[in-house]
Design a protein around this ligand. Structure first.
Ligand code: NAP
Length: 545
């Protein structure tokens, strides 16, 4: 049912036009619900509309960086590379929106600033930055894990007279690097992809590194028509594997242990999976790399030697080598990052030795002195996972403020719903697994629309998880993260996984590290048992006069 943009009362409000929001919108409208959907960007695409910096590409594998709900959609789409570039992923999402006519539900260029639950009416009332007020029975967020960009904390950026670009707010026009003295602050996935891509285009490049990162090779290469045909024949197996894999990859987990494999053979396997690229090293080499600190140390030792091979200057190689376990920060994948530092025009500033004190008219002043630039690129990441929620005002039953409720870290059930916020559902929200995003977003959006269908069929006006369920889920998320060598805060990686990358933010386990497959199992069990962890608010049944 199409909704003209001026309709103020609908069945459901959706925020987001990325993988999460688009699919939720499709599911809810397929059920016959009226939907108003909003996105701050000027069109569909989510993170892929904003993060258009040179070198931006997914490091998920092309054949599963898409939805699986429609076999025709799968068969008619084919990415041209193993790790599709940003324009191609954006084109895919636009194709999905066109094919299912989803844009009609969206108001673009519009941010939702507040969402307040009106208990008496049993409706969510949202306000936008364009002054519009809309109310709905159901409120579904697809805000994205990494959608609230972080600015550097040092003062004076406004004084800088050159160009400033944030990787997550990259301009739509071509940025000219030729001959320029460029600074890149940040060495996460965005920073390393950018550095590897622009190192040959700039006059000079200075990388400001706060925490070094383990950077894997990319498995990228072109994908041909014959290979795509084969993949299409194999989709049943591929999606079955994705459903059960901890990270939503089309792989089986290995059974061999790194610790129990003889050194020569272990080295051969590491080498093979390193060459394979991307997440193969972490997931396909051995069974215990994520679960056993001693096994993870062996991988770190292998990577340390790799960095020494790739970087000519041993001192520089040491600075580029992380001290945290492999996987404690999400490992970026790109080719040519380490090798870029062998070029005479590329340098590193180690911010642990010489922190940034201020931005100046001409560049950046560290404790060691001023560096002059024509351009500063902020690859400084995000107030991830919870940031997009806490930058809005969200109030539930009794005026409960989500910001206050989450002040020590998020509390949800299954990462899908929050006590005191009836009929608010979150796709890819806090305390969901960190995995290949599209399969997770699709599974969670389907779970949510199924829950809404169930309520409508069972005369339930609303539901929200009990406090006990959310406490139990939070305790489980904490327990799993604590038990793993890379995800425990003891790994000390300054990771956005825990919020440690944001000054003043509560450090908490914001992700369910039990894996995509196990999360899907738990969600299925909850639905099959008719949502026992949820308090239900029955619909008022009209009495005959
Ligand atoms: P990120 O991983 O959080 O990296 C941000 C970088 O900026 C870090 O090196 C951080 O240092 C540094 N930084 C932040 N504030 C700083 C400050 N005030 N001074 C100096 N350095 C500062 O962010 P991202 O690279 O944008 O990536 C975020 C996530 O987005 C990724 O982990 C990934 O999940 C997704 N992503 C994926 C791809 C892909 O290849 N598919 C590409 C881009 C992004 P610290 O480490 O010390 O905090």
């Amino acid at each position: 049912m199409a909704q003209a943009p001026n309709v103020r009362e609908v069945d459901a409000i959706v925020i987001g036009a990325g993988f999460s929001g688009l699919h939720a919108t499709k599911r809810l409208t397929d059920m016959g619900l009226s939907v108003r959907a909003f996105d701050a960007a000027e069109g569909v695409g989510g993170v892929w509309t904003w993060n258009r910096y040179p070198g931006a590409r997914t490091d998920s594998l092309h054949m599963t960086y898409c939805y699986s709900f429609d076999r025709d959609l799968l068969n008619e789409w084919g990415y041209s590379e193993v790790n599709p570039r940003q324009p191609e992923v954006l084109a895919y999402l636009r194709h999905v929106a066109d094919r299912f006519d989803l844009e009609q539900y969206y108001t673009f260029g519009t941010s939702v600033t507040s969402a307040v639950y009106d208990e008496a009416a049993g409706r969510w009332v949202i306000e936008t930055d364009h002054g519009e007020t809309v109310s709905a029975t159901y409120f579904v967020t697809g805000l994205g894990l990494v959608s609230a960009p972080l600015q550097p904390t040092a003062p004076g950026l406004e004084k800088f007279r050159g160009e400033v670009h944030h990787t997550a707010r990259w301009p739509h026009h071509e940025v000219d690097f030729a001959g320029k003295r460029v600074a890149v602050i940040g060495t996460g996935s965005s920073g390393v992809q950018l550095v590897a891509t622009i190192a040959d285009r700039v006059g000079s490049l200075t990388v400001f590194q706060r925490t070094a990162n383990w950077v894997a090779k990319t498995p990228n290469r072109p994908v041909g028509a014959a290979e795509l045909d084969e993949i299409r024949q194999d989709y049943d197996t591929i999606w079955k594997r994705v459903r059960h894999h901890p990270a939503g990859w089309p792989w089986e987990m290995p059974t061999r242990s790194a610790l129990e494999t003889p050194p020569d053979e272990r080295e051969r396997v590491f080498e093979q999976q390193f060459e394979e690229g991307g997440f193969a090293l972490l997931y396909n080499a051995f069974s215990d790399l994520s679960t056993d600190k001693a096994a993870n140390d062996l991988l770190c030792d292998f990577m340390r030697r790799k960095i020494q091979e790739m970087v000519d200057d041993p001192e520089l190689a040491a600075k580029l080598t992380p001290t945290h376990p492999y996987g404690a920060k999400r490992p970026p994948t790109t080719d040519g990052y380490y090798q870029a530092f062998n070029k005479p025009n590329v340098g590193l500033v180690d911010l642990r030795e010489t922190p940034i004190e201020a931005f100046t008219e001409n560049g950046i002043r560290t404790s060691a002195g001023e560096h002059e630039f024509d351009m500063i690129v902020l690859a400084t990441g995000f107030d991830a996972i919870t940031g997009a929620f806490t930058r809005m005002q969200i109030r539930g039953v009794g005026g409960r403020d989500l910001n206050e409720y989450w002040s020590d870290g998020p509390k949800t059930y299954l990462g899908l719903a929050v006590p005191g916020f009836p009929n608010m559902f979150t796709v890819a929200g806090p305390q969901t697994p960190f995995s290949n995003l599209p399969p997770g977003a699709q599974a969670q959006g389907s779970w949510i629309s199924d829950a809404i269908s169930w309520m409508r069929e069972h005369d339930q006006a609303a539901m929200h998880p009990t406090e006990a369920a959310a406490e139990g889920w939070t305790a489980l998320c904490n327990e799993i993260a604590e038990s793993l060598p890379a995800t425990s805060v003891a790994a000390d990686a300054n990771s956005w996984f825990t919020g440690a990358n944001v000054e003043g933010k509560a450090v908490a386990y914001n992700i369910y590290f039990g894996g995509h497959g196990s999360h899907a199992d738990l969600c299925d069990e909850e639905a099959a048992s008719e949502y026992p962890s949820f308090a239900k608010i029955p619909a008022l049944v009209e009495q005959p006069a």
